[in-house]
Design a protein around this ligand. Sequence first.
Ligand SMILES: CC(C)(COP(=O)(O)OP(=O)(O)OC[C@H]1O[C@@H](n2cnc3c(N)ncnc32)[C@H](O)[C@@H]1OP(=O)(O)O)[C@@H](O)C(=O)NCCC(=O)NCCS
Length: 146
Amino acid sequence: MNVRRMTEEDIVTAASLEKACFSRPWSENTLRESFLDPHYVFFAAEDEDGTMVGYTGMIVVLDEADVANVAVFPECRRKGAGNALVLAMLAYARENSITRLVLEVRVSNAPAIALYEKHGFTKIGLRKGYYEDPTEDAGIYGVEVC
Ligand SMILES: CC(C)(COP(=O)(O)OP(=O)(O)OC[C@H]1O[C@@H](n2cnc3c(N)ncnc32)[C@H](O)[C@@H]1OP(=O)(O)O)[C@@H](O)C(=O)NCCC(=O)NCCS
């Protein structure tokens, strides 16, 4: 699995990933606005054929980054893309003096929680009723980057 910085040409695929993965997907416009915002950093995961199978984005504020989304097409899961995307964010953080990554995740999202915990994230809080469609609490997870 190869991970690279996302380009503007990848935004259409990122929008498809959003639709395939989330009940309240980011639109292509939202993705484009975020992509053009210098505080955001996006990565794309591609398979051995160079086909984009996943993406992630985080917003950097001073020395902390908030992971907005990690998404892999359903048919491409369990092949290491999620893993590679989280590793890319951690490497970027290390190289750019970001000391902590934080994120929200649905409390029922066992695959994502397992992925984050595998990379050292621990639960640091709970946001009651944070998600809609369906309404659900968000676990807040964070990891110190070292
Ligand atoms: C979460 C997600 C990104 C994982 O992507 P993936 O490419 O399947 O992940 P990987 O193959 O790299 O797996 C890495 C680790 O994640 C965890 N994991 C992934 N899928 C899992 C599952 N179905 N059940 C349990 N753990 C799982 C495991 O710890 C796994 O490590 P292992 O292979 O050593 O067991 C993917 O399931 C996804 O896109 N889900 C929908 C979108 C989403 O919920 N994103 C997170 C929003 S906060």
